[in-house]
Design a protein around this ligand. Structure first.
Ligand SMILES: *Cc1c(COP(=O)(O)O)cnc(C)c1O
Length: 222
């Protein structure tokens, strides 16, 4: 990505803005600000820059790629709570599960079935749902969700989604509301939804985890 700057002042400032906007969205929707956890997508940064994220006050590191996560954990493993948010190759899921406290992106039967007989502690599991039905998107179809959860060999804590890209954050609202409805139907509490462009809308619709990346690294003066 162009114009990314992972310097401490920038990340600290932007993280403060994100926290404020989360608190405002919580106030608008009658929620407690502590009910939303901010996960930072670390795919944009080299392992070195994890020190900046730590010093800026980031607590949850959310990675997309196992190899990159391993490199970051070698040096900064104790500095963060680690989550996995990327596409999962089923043959890698047991290694991923051993390295994180939450997997947001459980999306295929083959990966799910390889979770059997894991050594505890088993991470919290979120099922990624393809709410929009776009063919390019990862995720379980809404109508297959109940059966998918029933066949998961460990408890499922919640759901995650990536809405279609739009320029207008309001464009994502209906998808977030639908994910919340699906979670309620399944009796699930955790909702991972909202990225840099639409996290405030996601919080209004019930997100308990937001996943933000680019907003933290952009120059606040532009
Ligand atoms: C990169 C990524 C994010 C963060 O997106 P931004 O637009 O940079 O905030 C969130 N979720 C997933 C799954 C990602 O890959």
């Amino acid at each position: 990505m162009a114009n990314l700057s992972a310097d401490l002042a920038t990340v600290e400032y932007n993280l403060g803005v994100v926290r404020e906007r989360v608190a405002e969205a919580c106030a608008r929707s009658g929620r407690a600000p502590e009910s939303v956890r901010i996960c930072v997508a670390t795919k944009y940064v080299e392992p070195d820059a994890m020190a900046v994220l730590r010093d800026a006050g980031v607590t949850i590191a959310a990675e997309n790629r196992l190899q990159d996560m391993i490199a970051k954990q070698e040096r900064f493993g104790d500095d963060f709570e680690w989550h996995f948010i990327g596409a999962i190759q089923s043959k890698k899921i047991r290694e991923i599960a051993g390295r994180v406290s939450m997997i947001h992106s459980l999306a295929t039967e083959s990966a799910r079935d390889k979770l059997a007989n894991l050594e505890p502690p088993v991470p919290s599991l979120l099922v990624q749902v393809n709410v929009s039905g776009e063919e390019s998107k990862q995720g379980v179809a809404p109508e297959e969700l109940a059966a998918f959860i029933a066949a998961t060999p460990h408890p499922v804590s919640g759901l995650m989604t990536m809405p279609p890209l739009t320029d207008d954050p309001e464009g994502a609202r209906a998808y977030f509301a639908r994910l919340k409805q699906l979670a309620d139907e399944q009796g699930l509490n955790e909702l991972s939804m909202g990225t840099s462009q639409d996290f405030a809308v996601a919080v209004e619709e019930g997100a308990t985890l937001i996943r933000v990346g680019s907003v933290l690294f952009s120059d606040p003066n532009k």
